[in-house]
Design a protein around this ligand. Structure first.
Ligand SMILES: [Zn+2]
Ligand SMILES: [Zn+2]
Length: 388
């Protein structure tokens, strides 16, 4: 491994920042303390900042040389509504809120890189450090874009980095094309005709229709989506009825769809709705339909993925970068940024993922040993893309 030595020399300081953030986690759009910390650090490095994009977002910008080429590096700052079960000193001090996805580490890695790049400026161009709110399901990336991120801070490409439990420390991974899935949610209400459970012929039983709908939807992925296109359709909630002897009026089904392309996404939504409408028509029920697109797929562009791979290889070595990692069925709001700009979302090994050290687990903790690796990756990426 070839880490940036001056970053490694400050790894205890950087780990301190990470633990400070870990101890004070904040939920989506409430990252005030975290944004204050980020802003104060950037200013202490001599980096001018702009605050308030996407409510709590922070952007720092540095320039070196004469080139007006520019790139963005993005970290996320938010935590999850989860009660931390770790007992160590830097455990969450905010009841029911926890950095269980390692965004504390993402923030610390990007701060460490910003500190180094501001001090050495061994590149020619402009770097925007993007600290975004609300990655966890609340589309903070989009909120910053809606507030003019790419207009106020023009950039050719944008890069993101997520820690990955299960990937060894010292390894990195990425892929060209769809790296993470699109995420949609749906809520379907089937309205029948309630009545006495002993006199079902006088009712229209929505439970029977709802049950058939769950079954019929299983054909969408298996019969309507091309076999080589990965997709998931999961019904996660089925709510109906309150009594032993009453046929309820209404069934509510909720769930999520994951897939990796906009065309598959559109096809699944259309087919789900056709089946639901057809079944409801057949049984005389009324359908209320809600299908919401949340995050788009996270799609890496080819050239920028090569650039990211080269930077990763310069840090962890040729053999420890997997440039054809499997796509992940989780999703990321960085997909919004990659719809607007070319770029690459890469993964950095957080260690074995044993002992409950998994993303979104109450016993997760970001691995401080990888801060110098991730920060070195950011520095090499900037130095390579914006080479003098
Ligand atoms: Zn997460
Ligand atoms: Zn995350």
């Amino acid at each position: 491994m070839k880490l940036v030595e001056k970053i490694t020399a400050r790894k205890d300081v950087h780990a301190g920042w990470r633990r400070e953030i870990h101890a004070h986690p904040e939920l989506a759009y409430q990252e005030h303390r975290t944004a204050d910390l980020v802003a104060a650090k950037l200013e202490s490095f001599g980096i001018p900042i702009v605050r308030g994009l996407g409510k709590t977002g922070v952007v720092g910008t540095i320039k070196a040389g004469n080139s007006d080429r520019s790139i963005g590096l993005r970290a996320d700052m938010d935590a999850l509504p989860l009660a931390e079960m770790n007992e160590f000193a830097h455990r969450s001090q905010h009841q029911g809120v926890m950095h269980a996805c390692g965004h504390d580490g993402h923030t610390a890695m990007l701060l460490a890189a910003a500190e180094h790049l501001a001090a050495h400026r061994d590149f020619d161009g402009i770097v925007h450090f993007i600290f975004q709110p609300a990655e966890e399901g609340e589309a903070g990336a989009k909120a910053m874009m809606d507030d003019g991120l790419f207009e106020d801070f023009p950039m050719e490409a944008v890069y993101g980095l997520h820690n990955w439990p299960g990937l060894e420390v010292g390894k990195m991974a990425m892929r060209t094309g769809a790296a993470m899935a699109a995420m949609d949610v749906f809520e379907v209400k089937i309205h029948g005709q309630g009545g006495h459970a002993a006199l079902p012929h006088l009712t229209i039983d929505p439970i029977v229709v709802g049950a058939q709908l769950v079954g019929a939807w299983q054909t969408v992925v298996s019969r309507n989506v091309k076999a080589i296109d990965p997709a998931v359709l999961t019904v996660t909630q089925f709510h109906a009825g309150d009594a032993w002897n009453v046929v309820p009026e209404t069934v509510v089904l909720r769930g999520t769809v994951r897939c990796f392309s906009q065309s598959v996404r559109a096809g699944i939504e259309k087919r789900m709705r056709e089946i639901a409408e057809g079944l409801c028509a057949a049984y005389g029920c009324r359908l209320e339909w809600m299908y919401e697109h949340r995050f788009p797929p996270t799609v890496n562009s080819a050239a920028e993925t090569q650039v990211a791979a080269r930077a990763a290889q310069a840090v962890v070595g040729m053999d420890d970068v997997n440039t054809e990692v499997e796509p992940v069925t989780g999703s990321e709001d960085f997909g919004y940024m990659l719809e607007a700009k070319p770029g690459c979302y890469a993964f950095i090994g957080n260690g074995p993922g044993t002992g409950g050290c998994l993303l979104h687990s109450p016993t997760f903790d970001f691995n401080d040993d990888i801060i110098p690796i991730g920060a070195s990756y950011w520095v090499r990426l900037v130095e390579q893309v914006l080479a003098r």
